[in-house]
Design a protein around this ligand. Structure first.
Ligand SMILES: [Zn+2]
Ligand SMILES: [Zn+2]
Length: 70
């Protein structure tokens, strides 16, 4: 699979990951990794799991999330 953003720019590059949100292939240049904590219902409350999970977004989805959540 090739990086979608690179393909659009007519400079094909191999993808190293795929966007969690849109599923597009993304190269290292266009990949934006972030970590987030998982929550699991526990009794009457919610427990936060001790280890952070990872999600990788393309630039488009990263910007979209930024503008929606501030
Ligand atoms: Zn790329
Ligand atoms: Zn995306």
């Amino acid at each position: 699979m090739n990086c979608y953003d690179c393909a659009v720019a007519d400079t094909p590059a191999a993808a190293v990951a795929s966007c969690t949100t849109c599923g597009a292939g993304i190269c290292l240049t266009h990949a934006h990794a972030s970590s987030y904590l998982l929550h699991r219902p526990s009794g009457m409350g919610v427990a936060t799991l001790p280890r952070a999970a990872r999600r990788i977004l393309c630039a488009t989805c990263r910007d979209a999330e930024r503008s929606s959540s501030g």
